[in-house]
Design a protein around this ligand. Structure first.
Ligand code: ADP
Ligand code: ADP
Length: 228
């Protein structure tokens, strides 16, 4: 589903964020991206949905070179990728259902279709009763559920989550991890950058560890830290 071939990213200021990354992520995988702050995790995720372009190498998503896509193809790419952020990134003046509907409105879906799909998405994350509330009226865990509903509204084949539990307490984090696992079991590929070592150790998924822009470990059923 995604391949990185010899990918490097050097930012304008000369910082090398990624250095010769080779990585193959298969459809349906659940992959944890770990490593210290500044290791290059966010940069790697940004290259997938073309928020940044590689300096060298190629990122291939569903058989297409992301950097070579024409402008008209980019919205289509982004619709196939759901994004979840540490700080939720909800629109504070908009109600829960509007936050989720917004991701559909920009794609030109009909009002009728929105009225059908938004409640479905809210039900999936267990927030069907909170559609009319504002983000500030919700707990952190509930706000992140809204973020997940928004990310999933276009039925993406890939969900990329950058520290999705970073602002949440342990119990809430585990509830959200259960939701992410359900989403994965229904077929969505998940890439999750995280510092939550307890979650990584317990779930025994594929772990890709970055350090100074390089992959230093890629292990099926791996833990947060290297065993050796
Ligand atoms: P991580 O997500 O693992 O913390 P990042 O991908 O955010 O790592 O950062 C990798 C390196 O690239 C760091 O040294 C960071 O300071 C640098 N970096 C990230 N974004 C930018 C940017 N927009 N401009 C310049 N340097 C950046
Ligand atoms: P109120 O402002 O009275 O609390 P809501 O915010 O629940 O009402 O709803 C405002 C408008 O948005 C109404 O027209 C309602 O039918 C519509 N609406 C509410 N929930 C949804 C939803 N999940 N999807 C689409 N439209 C909705």
């Amino acid at each position: 589903m995604i391949r990185f071939y010899g990918v490097s990213k050097v930012y304008q200021n000369g910082v090398t964020a990624l250095n010769n990354i080779n990585l193959h992520i298969r459809k349906g995988e659940f992959l944890f991206l770990v490593g210290p702050s500044g290791a290059g995790k966010s940069t790697l995720t940004k290259l997938i949905f073309r928020e940044e372009l590689p300096t060298r190498g190629q990122v291939i998503f569903s058989g297409k070179n992301v950097a070579r896509m024409r402008h008209g193809e980019i919205p289509y790419l982004r619709r196939k990728i759901g994004m979840v952020f540490q700080d939720f990134r909800l629109l504070p003046q908009k109600k829960v259902w509007e936050n989720v509907a917004f991701a559909l409105e920009v794609t030109g879906v009909s009002r009728r279709e929105i009225k059908r799909r938004v409640p479905e998405a809210l039900k999936m994350v267990g927030l069907e009763d909170k559609a009319g509330m504002l983000p500030t009226q919700l707990s952190g865990g509930e706000q992140q559920r809204v973020g997940i509903a928004r990310a999933m509204i276009n039925n993406p084949s890939l969900l990329v989550a950058d520290e999705p539990t970073g602002n949440l307490d342990p119990e809430t984090s585990w509830e959200l991890m259960n939701l992410f696992q359900e989403i994965n079991q229904r077929g969505t590929t998940i890439i999750m950058a995280t510092h939550a070592w307890d979650i990584v150790d317990k779930l025994k998924k594929r772990v890709v560890a970055l350090n100074c822009g390089q992959i230093v470990r890629d292990e099926e059923g791996g833990g947060y830290r290297d065993e050796a």
